[in-house]
Design a protein. Sequence first.
Length: 130
Amino acid sequence: MKKTESAEGRSVRLLRVGEQVRHVLSELLARGDVHDETLQSHLVSVTEVRMSPDLRHATVFVKPLLGQDEDVVLKALRTNTAFLQSEVARRVNTKYAAKLKFLADESFDEGGKIDAILRTAHVKQDLGES
């Protein structure tokens, strides 16, 4: 008997596995398990992990505390990808070890831009605020 799975079931699974990967990476970075001076000297938030439908690829969105040295931190994460992938594979029970891709989380920057736009005199006038 073939197991049928709805699109909703798959998306819930993707979210669940993504959250597990996020927790593992957050824990590794917070505890200083990655032997890298840059990563040990910066607090890095893993804000989101998006899994591909086949669970073979994970896009990891990160943000260093206060956005400091973002390029340096991303380079350090990319340098240590093999170690991080092996730890994720060991701790998250999936058929395949996900390939990790690290990107800067730009959502905070976007929120700041929107907030600045909403505070302009022109927009306040349109919103009926003084």
